[in-house]
Design a protein around this ligand. Structure first.
Ligand SMILES: [Zn+2]
Length: 128
């Protein structure tokens, strides 16, 4: 099997792929990028914790880029104060997206280097 590396450092691969957020030790605010200080309470201690792999769409936009395939960018509310921006896969018609549409995390191979190492990215897919 090919060696796989996550495309972003907050994606954890393996049998149960999931995202991890830095949680402020003082107020539990969640950040996917590492912070030196919490924007909510100015705390400076953070702990990395897994977040839910399912959530609901809170906002979306359809992106058209000339000749390239259009895609849908979504903000997913994973609960517990965690929102993440990602692409939505498996929907061709944005009118199918309703408020609070339920989605789940999926991973896919975004690219392969000359040594065959696969870069794995994440997106969300509507739960049927
Ligand atoms: Zn805080």
């Amino acid at each position: 099997m090919a060696v796989q590396i996550p495309a972003v450092d907050y994606l954890v691969l393996g049998d149960d792929p999931h995202l991890q957020a830095w949680r402020c030790d003082a107020c539990s605010a969640a950040y996917f990028d590492r912070r030196n200080g919490c924007a909510r309470c100015f705390g400076t201690a953070f702990t990395r914790k897994p977040v839910a792999t399912e959530g609901v769409i809170k906002a979306f936009t359809r992106v058209e880029r000339g000749a390239k395939e259009p895609f849908t960018s979504v903000v997913v509310d994973l609960g517990d104060g965690v929102n993440v921006k990602a692409n939505l896969r498996g929907i061709d018609d944005p009118s199918e997206i309703k408020p609070d549409t339920k989605v789940r995390l999926v991973t896919f191979v975004a690219g392969v280097d000359d040594d065959g190492t696969e870069a794995v990215a994440f997106a969300f897919e509507v739960i049927a």
